[in-house]
Write a protein that binds this ligand. Sequence first.
Ligand code: 13P
Length: 340
Amino acid sequence: MTAELRAIARSIVESDKGILAADESTGTITKRFDAIAVESTEENRRSYRNLLFTTAGMEEFIGGVILFDETIRQRSDDGTAFPELLAAMGVVPGIKVDTGAHPLAGAPGETITEGLDGLRKRLADYYQQGARFAKWRATLSVGERLPSRYCVRVNAQALARYASLCQETGIVPIVEPEVLMDTDHSIDACYDATARTLQALFAELAVQRVDLEGILLKPNMVIPGKGNADQASPERIARATLDCFRRYVPAVVPGIVFLSGGQAEVEATVNLDAINGLDGRVWPLSFSYGRALQASTLQAWQGLEENVEAAQAVFLHRARCNAAAVGGRYDAGLEALGSA
Ligand code: 13P
């Protein structure tokens, strides 16, 4: 089991590949569809995911796709179950298993991620359906005295319980502690919150006997809040990020896959490229982007069949740019090729 988990984790991030996070819950994908005036019906959601997953050539840049519960049960236009379709392309199917962030009792403004009840059984079912990795996202807000030690601790404990159950089932857990960037904090405040979160997380993973060689870590970059006047350069973000992870993430972790967290598409690519331009990297530093891989694809699609090919070209382009960033080979010239 251990060797299998390690092999899966490594295969997802080999050859500069990253992850497509296509696990938007029905509520979240509905928001994305609202922005392009597409009705969020089950068929439209299937059809959009079909567009993404049948993009020819995406397997060169995408090693894993995270699915939502509805999506893992759906089929492509030709009737193939999505997990089967992805696996046949050499792309590892994954599944979001948390049931969302909910208010944390006694901690105004903070959340605890739920979904542990019945998780062992759900994981076994998802394994049967082809899932070989999973995702659980904890969210931490930065602010006056936030995140609290209480919030950091209980989310670390829940992440570790989830990770341990995944490994028991033969599923690689993506462990995702996300320090949110939607307030106005400084890059130093993000560094501090990220450092405290990672410290607590790895302590708890050790207590709960999680095999660190059979996980992937999905963190935020160390980056200022959106509303902060001092928006740091990619070089500063890259240095702060690598410094923080070198201090708090064990070297045996097989890969770090960043979330985009509200960064614009090109910004997320440029920052990833800057991180991979630095010396002192210990693990593959890749991407597990949702919005930063899909925003322009959704715009190009607009819910119309005649736009599918163009939208797939846009998606392939973003995937290619991000894989280039993992290799530290991205430059702005690549963007021009995408719009050609
Ligand atoms: P974003 O890249 O849009 O932040 O989404 C990644 C993700 O899966 C968050 O859990």
